[in-house]
Design a protein around this ligand. Structure first.
Ligand code: HEC
Length: 485
């Protein structure tokens, strides 16, 4: 037996010892060695696939001169597989990885190392026959599947399929991407922020080690009760004080610090921000996302989640059905009233044909959500009437006689999302009161006396607001102004 074969045998032996003694082990030395796995693992994948390609090139008679390179490459690949798999065994018990995926990944990794060594011996003894070729095919398949599972462990389930183009997703029978985003948005409108955003982060990042069966540090993060109960050292969150909460403090410790959580991997900053924000808000169990204060910083995080276009806050409100006699009277006077959505109690009102009878809407104050007064003779006297529509989300005042006096009254309308003031006499001074309207997304100021400086100053308070000053949309707006509802 050759020296090289004996050494491969020794390598496999070391790997077996690590595998048998390593279960459940969590020492710093092991973690240190394990950290090399994600880098090392690329070597056997590359080298062994190259060995298979070389054999193919030689066997098909294309490049016979490569014949001597094939066994050498296979030998190097076998060593790389042993080293990478052993490093992986060091890491396995540290990651808090999904158990089933990890088990398959581990066995395939070990299997690849053993198979590669077996093929080395086989080739030297019996040459490159059909059995050898079959073995090499199996080895290549193992590398691909094992590598993919490794990617799933590192990046999470579906990290590959997530970025597939829509057409491929359809053929593969996967849920369309838009539908994925849509589902969570629908949920956020009705579900509690904790349930929709916070618990999923804890499940994904902490669940493997902090669950009812495996309570590391005496802490389960699988439920709100567990989170509130804390760990062996007491409470881990202080409602209203995110920064001082143990749970948050540990996320920001430097890598390698023994108290850092999660121990072996980082949590994305966006998720850490969300956790802190939720605790800052008092760690509410039931509050809906639309009801909690969302500073610009958090809006940006929600953007990165694809939640930039939260549905109107009014849909979280329960208003009574509009009074049918009031609706009939308004319609008879020429006002056009439509339900905002099928089954919704909110109304879309077009008052352009019956401006004089605006008073007929007084009994429908809570229900008026959209109002169109564009191009009418409306002046500042309308301000008092608008104050009676607390749930206005969309307001057309373009080409009317309103001035800054009316805009000041609008600052009292917290649900306002769309405001068209094009062709009015509004100035920069009139914009200032709007700074408190954090749901405002679209503002039209074309042909007014408002300036770029005034618009920029408002955007500093409302970074997600798109302002149209005429033809152009203010830079970094989230949606093209003309197309938002
Ligand atoms: C790989 C396993 C693992 C993961 C994943 C993990 N932890 Fe831990 N966590 C531990 C271990 C082990 C301890 C106990 C450390 C000790 O006893 O000092 C601990 C302790 C804690 C404690 C202290 C509890 C106490 O009262 O002493 C907090 C807080 C904590 N983890 C938060 C988190 C958060 C938040 C996450 C997710 C972002 C997380 N951990 C993810 C393993 C993990």
């Amino acid at each position: 037996m050759r020296r090289s074969e004996v050494s491969l045998g020794v390598g496999l032996g070391v790997m077996a010892v690590v595998m048998l003694t390593g279960a459940g082990r969590q020492s710093d030395v092991w973690l240190f060695l394990g950290r090399f796995h994600p880098t090392l693992v690329h070597l056997p994948i590359g080298i062994l696939l190259l060995a298979a390609l070389l054999e193919l090139a030689v066997r098909t008679g294309r490049v016979p001169a490569l014949e001597p390179a094939a066994p050498v490459t296979l030998y190097l690949g076998a060593w790389a597989a042993i080293v990478a798999a052993t490093a992986g065994l060091f890491l396995a018990d540290w990651g808090g990885y999904p158990v089933a995926v990890l088990a398959w990944h581990r066995w395939i990794g070990v299997g690849v190392a053993v198979t590669a060594v077996g093929l080395c011996l086989m080739r030297r003894r019996a040459g490159a026959g059909p059995r050898y070729a079959a073995g090499l095919g199996l080895l290549s398949a193992g590398l691909v599947v094992g590598g993919h599972l490794g990617g799933t462990l590192t990046h999470g389930e579906g990290y590959l399929s997530e970025s597939l183009p829509a057409s491929v997703r359809r053929v593969a029978g996967l849920v369309p991407k838009d539908a994925l985003a849509q589902r969570s948005i629908d949920g956020l409108d009705t579900a509690a922020a904790y349930q929709a955003l916070i618990q999923p982060i804890l499940d994904r990042r902490c669940g493997a080690c902090h669950n009812p069966e495996r309570k590391k540090g005496g802490l389960s993060l699988a439920t709100l009760e567990g989170l509130m109960a804390g760990g062996k050292d007491g409470k881990v969150i202080l409602p209203g004080r995110g920064e001082q909460s143990e749970l948050i403090a540990r996320l920001w410790l430097p890598p390698g610090h023994k108290d850092r959580m999660p121990p072996d991997r980082a949590i994305p900053i966006a998720e850490a921000e969300l956790l802190r924000w939720w605790i800052d808000q008092g760690a509410p169990a039931e509050a809906k996302l639309a009801e909690i204060d969302r500073p610009a910083r958090i809006e940006r995080v929600l953007d990165s989640y694809g939640l930039s276009d939260l549905p109107s806050g009014i849909f979280t409100l329960r208003v009574p059905a509009p009074d049918s006699t009031a609706v009939a009277a308004a319609r008879a006077a020429g006002l056009v009233l439509r339900p905002l959505a099928n089954g919704s109690h909110f109304l879309d009102v077009d008052a352009r044909g019956a401006l004089a009878r605006l008073d007929l809407l007084r009994g429908l104050g809570p229900q008026v959500a959209w109002l169109d007064l564009g191009g009418t003779d409306t002046g500042d006297s309308v301000a008092a009437t608008l104050g009676g529509f607390p749930h206005l989300t969309r307001l057309h005042l373009e080409r009317t006689r309103v001035t800054d006096r009316t805009v000041v009254a609008l600052a009292e309308l917290p649900y306002l999302e769309y405001l068209n003031l094009y062709g009015t006499r509004v100035t920069d001074a009139g914009l200032r009161p709007l700074a408190g309207l954090r749901r405002l997304r679209s503002l039209y100021l074309w042909q007014t006396q408002a300036t770029r400086a005034g618009a920029d100053s408002l955007k500093r308070s409302l970074p997600r607001l798109a302002i149209d000053l005429g033809g152009t949309v203010a830079a970094d707006s989230m949606q093209p102004a003309g197309t938002s509802r």
